[in-house]
Design a protein around this ligand. Sequence first.
Ligand SMILES: *[C@@H]1O[C@H](CO)[C@@H](O)[C@H](O)[C@H]1NC(C)=O
Ligand SMILES: *[C@@H]1O[C@H](CO)[C@@H](O)[C@H](O)[C@H]1NC(C)=O
Length: 289
Amino acid sequence: MIQFLYLLTFFATAFTQDLEVNPGCSTCININGTCYNVTPILELPAPFRNTVVIHKLGILRSVNMLYYSFEPTIEDDEFFKIGFVNLDNHTESGIFSSTDQILNFGTFDIDQDNELVYMGGSEGIFVLDTKAYKLTPYSSRGDTIRNIFFKTNVNFLKNDDKGIIVKRGDNFNTLFDDTFIKNFVITKYDVVVYLNNFGLYIQKGDVKIRVSQNAFFRGLNIDLDGTVYAWWIDGIYKVIIEKSLEDSRIIKVASLPVTIGGMTFDNDNNMLFTVGKELFKLAATEAGC
Ligand SMILES: *[C@@H]1O[C@H](CO)[C@@H](O)[C@H](O)[C@H]1NC(C)=O
Ligand SMILES: *[C@@H]1O[C@H](CO)[C@@H](O)[C@H](O)[C@H]1NC(C)=O
């Protein structure tokens, strides 16, 4: 049986990282001429491993619930788990744990229209009905799922398989089955941005552009306007997708003195990211830079 362990705790928001980038405002960074204050939101309430690892962040927009996948303490039977915390009420938080099954949920994505959270791990894909609070098996039982991206359908990566698997009803199609993909997002225009061992690519149909030889971007996400971002140990990058795909490119938009774990965008399209277990918001400000 899958249980929900609610951790009803209060936690202080300690600004643990020094972000001394600008003399006028020690917590501000400049992104393309706009000054952003790096504002601490909360410390994610999970039993993290000594080295905090957060793989993915996402928000169920109707209720402002942040979901995050992380690596729990070494004593835990699972390598990965998913936690959640309500951004409007930080005491509403919890972690998914199963009493009799190892699920290792390391990835998830959200169907915003139907308020469903698809979670992937070592036992395939499960779906959480957030209104009924019911978690049920969904697909690919027995397979290890490396990544899920929801857009109209559940699109996912399996550990040992090439390409992106698209589940349409009971059918599965595979996109780009000639390459092992490590991470991907799909834009509203069905342009796929993906990372493999050779770098970061943009592809639609047969048109494929490599925009970076860096094969180690830590993450990819899309903001509410449809802009794709990537991040790496040295900062934040914007993927500029042109109508003529050949002209697409990636540019670094911010250097950060800290290492970003996960990234997402809040309901006002402010960038949220984690550094260690701390969640920060980039809020545009007049002062500082
Ligand atoms: C930076 O700002 C300029 C002027 O506002 C704008 O034209 C340009 O598109 C911006 N670049 C990025 C990468 O956002
Ligand atoms: C916040 O969430 C907690 C736990 O679910 C609940 O008991 C409390 O009433 C909530 N507070 C508000 C202001 O909604």
